[in-house]
Design a protein around this ligand. Structure first.
Ligand SMILES: NC(=O)c1ccc[n+]([C@@H]2O[C@H](COP(=O)([O-])OP(=O)(O)OC[C@H]3O[C@@H](n4cnc5c(N)ncnc54)[C@H](OP(=O)(O)O)[C@@H]3O)[C@@H](O)[C@H]2O)c1
Length: 314
């Protein structure tokens, strides 16, 4: 099968021809139709889980994927051949990823069936970014009408989080380059900051002197995150998805939150799928590319400039 894989951590991913995996006990073999690109994919190559999970080489990249169950291993109870499934191909070890024509994954992984109406590209865009946004939105336990600043709002997580925050009645202020402004307004964003034209904090000084009630920062390193936190009111909440929060400093300013880590669950994936299938939430797929262009898509994710999700179609 064709796959995008690494021979060792911190080496360049390559297009490889690999044997189709076998569904071992309690595993399902999925014929992948689409995989969603996330920053975690290249972070894994950089050693994100080194020392924390076993790595199997050649290490097939890709976490999110959607496809059809082709075979089931001994003892599988949750799935049967022919099921249309979506989920995360990261369970127990690193290397059996979704940037491939086939992947075998334990049935207890974050994996569920999905309605055919969604289509594999749309489904594959959901697991990591959708669950992260859902869990972030739950942490925003603020009254309707409260102001929340989302920094890095134009990517996979941001586009879902905007919609979930708007559904909670929050007033969303988002950072975005101008090309994305019209689109973000259509998603319900109340105010936009062109972070390339003006520092975010300068804009806040001019527009929201009393600060915001919530901050979700998806991109900033610690010094910039700390500047953004200065504009969160006491009693508010500030979250970083990139480990930039100094949690003791937040607590000393009476600000809740800190560094956020997603806890992916099948239950939350199902909630996100239902929200999309019922039309409550849109999936913003920026582009679909063939597996042959996966290396370019992966590099583009590292470089920045995402506008929603990129999906690889097999
Ligand atoms: N902790 C966790 O559990 C967890 C879970 C999921 C994701 N994450 C992390 O959260 C981050 C966001 O994930 P994602 O999937 O949304 O990534 P993404 O799809 O790559 O989106 C990132 C977005 O941020 C924008 N951006 C980059 N630098 C910016 C800046 N200085 N100010 C404002 N916007 C900026 C980018 O567009 P422009 O470059 O055009 O501005 C892009 O639209 C990633 O670092 C990811 O690894 C963490």
């Amino acid at each position: 099968m064709h796959a995008i894989a690494l021979d060792a951590l911190r080496t360049r991913p390559q297009h490889m021809e690999l044997p189709v995996p076998v569904a071992r006990a309690r595993q399902v073999l999925v014929r992948l139709e689409a995989s969603g690109v996330n920053p975690i994919d290249w972070r894994i190559g950089d050693g994100e889980f080194e020392g924390r999970l076993p790595h199997v080489f050649p290490l097939v990249l890709g976490v999110d994927g959607a496809g059809v169950v082709e075979a089931v291993g001994r003892g599988v109870q949750r799935f049967k051949i022919g099921d249309r499934v979506v989920g995360r191909f990261l369970f127990g070890y690193v290397g059996g990823g979704s940037y491939a024509e086939y992947a075998a994954v334990h049935e207890d992984a974050v994996l569920t069936t999905y309605p055919a109406s969604l289509g594999p590209g749309c489904a594959a865009a959901l697991p990591t970014a959708g669950i992260t946004a859902l869990q972030l939105s739950r942490r925003l336990d603020l009254a309707p009408g409260s102001k929340v600043l989302i920094v890095g709002a134009t990517g996979g997580v941001g586009m879902f989080l905007i919609q979930l925050a708007v559904m909670k009645g929050l007033r969303v202020i988002a950072t975005a380059a101008p090309d994305a402004h019209a689109h973000l307004r259509a998603l319900g964003v109340a105010a936009l900051i062109d972070y390339r034209a003006q520092p975010v904090v300068e804009w806040l000084d001019g527009h929201f002197v009393n600060g915001v009630d919530g901050l979700v920062d998806l991109v900033s390193e610690a010094p910039v995150f700390a500047q953004h936190v200065e504009h969160v009111r006491a009693g508010g909440i500030a979250l970083s998805t990139v480990g930039a929060a100094r949690e003791n400093e937040l607590a000393s300013c009476w600000i809740r939150g800190g560094n956020f880590e997603v806890n992916p669950t099948t239950k939350d994936l199902a909630i996100v799928l239902t929200a999309v299938a019922s039309g409550q939430m849109k999936v913003e797929v920026e582009r679909e590319v063939p597996l042959a262009q996966a290396l370019i898509a992966l590099e583009a994710s590292r470089t920045g400039g995402a506008r929603g999700k990129t999906v690889i179609v097999m």
